[in-house]
Design a protein around this ligand. Structure first.
Ligand code: NDP
Ligand code: 2IT
Length: 444
């Protein structure tokens, strides 16, 4: 059996009930076959892949807090410090009822390669909790965040591990967590990114993931002699990534006709109104059912459906495995040109392969959504030098980073004989730097 197959089998055996983690590992290791097979004995002797798929350490902890009725609630907190070969652990905190260790491990594993692709010195990590911020009062969210940080603060620090936002963790949650960290540890340092602008946050971090997604999509289209101008785009999600992806797509001349949340989706033939979306989601924290009040010409539908709308470009920006084989078939039948992942692993492996086989340009999340973490790393730089850069300065660095990422994937894919396969390109390009650093640092 090949070394890659042995390691995949071992991951499945040793990490039962973690299907998302298995999926992420399989996707990466399948792509690396061409690199590993060429030097199999050395990789096997060094147990390089076993070291890559086993987190350096992981924490699981109790998070007790008191709700508004005086009832004590208990959630579970996680932080997985996956790989620090190229820098301090870096990655978001997800607050969603579906969170479990397997989900955090899949996200942490992806983060290793994503962070490497940014070209910046950040290792891979991820954390979160099964706490659901939806429907909670501000006081309840604060109580949870303070309790969560009371434990997490023992394991993180500006030079050790720097968490940030993800699903359910936005500016409000980061603020409460930062306040508690500072109170307990007594240091004002860049221990979290995505901070408010008055206490060390970076301009353009809020926009960065969505903007970066469009910068790399634009660069890919440019390499094919195309552009976003005049294209119809379907987006899923209505959170941080989706909102700013829609905004930048519109600025670049495309028309975005859909968005969605976990209960339903919106079709707006005139193009999504970003101001309305922000007011509903960022200010009112309400459901998309409200969108029709702002745009009478739009349609609201319960359940899933954005991939049934005919479009040139599809941008999944909600959550993992939200675009399956049937969705891929519909998109292809409707003539989609490109799919770029704003979310982490939103496309199933079967759907990805189908899209690629049918000539759809496919940009994987670890490259396409890397603008968020890249800008987090720029926030860390600003915190270290105790300066704040202008919006234009950060945004132009972000553009440069995304353009570079595209060419790195493209070159890596070509070099190994997989021209146009950006999944293979991303995994190999991300892996090469991490492996080089791991080899240089010995068996640790
Ligand atoms: P938000 O919490 O801001 O928004 C998430 C959106 O996705 C909401 O509209 C939410 O709907 C929807 N959603 C979440 N879970 C589900 C689900 N299980 N089923 C259907 N819809 C769902 O999160 P972000 O925008 O920050 O994150 C979106 C994706 O992008 C995630 O995969 C995240 O890991 C990834 N990402 C985020 C980055 C960032 O900087 N924030 C950076 C890189 C990747 P509802 O409100 O109804 O739950
Ligand atoms: O998935 C991701 O890259 C994020 N949620 C952002 C991580 C970060 O540290 O900014």
């Amino acid at each position: 059996m090949s070394y890659v197959d042995e390691v995949i089998e071992r991951v499945v055996r040793e990490n039962p009930n973690e299907p998302e983690f298995h999926q992420a590992v399989k996707e990466v290791l399948e792509s690396l076959r061409v690199v590993v097979d060429a030097n199999e004995e050395k990789f096997r002797k060094d147990a390089l892949l076993e070291r890559l798929v086993n987190p350096e350490r992981q924490f699981k902890f109790r998070v007790p807090w008191v709700d508004d009725k005086g009832q004590v609630q208990v959630n579970t907190g996680y932080r997985v410090q996956f790989n620090s070969a190229i820098g301090p652990y870096k990655g978001g905190l997800r607050l969603h009822p579906s969170v479990n260790l397997g989900i955090i491990k899949f996200l942490g594993f992806e983060q290793i390669f994503k962070n490497s692709l940014t070209g910046l010195p950040i290792g891979g990590g991820k954390g979160g909790s099964d706490f659901d911020p939806k429907g909670k009062s501000d006081r309840e969210v604060m109580a949870f965040c303070q309790s969560f940080m009371t434990e997490l603060c023992k394991y993180i620090g500006a030079d050790t591990d720097v968490p940030a936002g993800d699903i359910g963790t936005g500016a409000r949650e980061i603020g409460y967590m930062f306040g508690q960290y500072k109170r307990i540890r007594g240091v004002f340092e860049g221990v979290l990114t995505g901070k408010g602008l008055t206490y060390g946050g970076s301009l353009a971090r809020t926009e960065a993931t969505g903007y970066g997604l469009l910068y790399i999509t634009q660069e890919m289209l440019k390499s094919k002699g195309m552009s976003l101008e005049g294209k119809t785009v379907v987006v899923s999600g209505a959170g941080n990534v989706a909102t700013y992806a829609i905004q930048k797509a519109q600025q670049l001349g495309a028309k975005v006709v859909t968005c969605s949340d976990s209960t339903g989706w919106v079709y707006d033939p005139d193009g999504i109104d970003v101001a309305a979306l922000k007011e509903i989601k960022e200010v009112k924290r309400a459901r998309l059912t409200e969108y029709k009040n702002y745009r009478p010409n739009s349609e609201y539908h319960e359940g899933k459906g954005v991939w049934t709308v005919k479009a040139d470009i599809a941008l999944p920006c909600a959550t993992q495995n939200e675009l399956g084989i049937e969705d891929a078939e519909t998109l292809v039948a409707n003539g989609v040109i490109a799919v770029a992942e704003g979310a982490n692993m939103p496309t199933t492996m079967e759907a990805t392969e189908y899209l690629q086989k049918n000539g759809v340009f496919f940009l994987p999340g670890k490259a396409a959504n890397a603008g968020g973490v890249a800008t987090s790393a720029l926030e860390m730089s600003q915190n270290s030098e105790r300066l704040s850069w202008t919006f234009e300065e950060v945004d132009s660095k972000l553009q440069g980073i995304m353009i570079n990422i595209f060419h790195n994937l493209d070159d890596a894919a070509k070099k190994y004989g997989f021209e146009g396969n950006y999944v293979v390109g991303a995994n190999i390009a991300g892996f090469e730097k991490v492996v080089d650093a791991m080899n240089a640092q010995g068996i640790v």
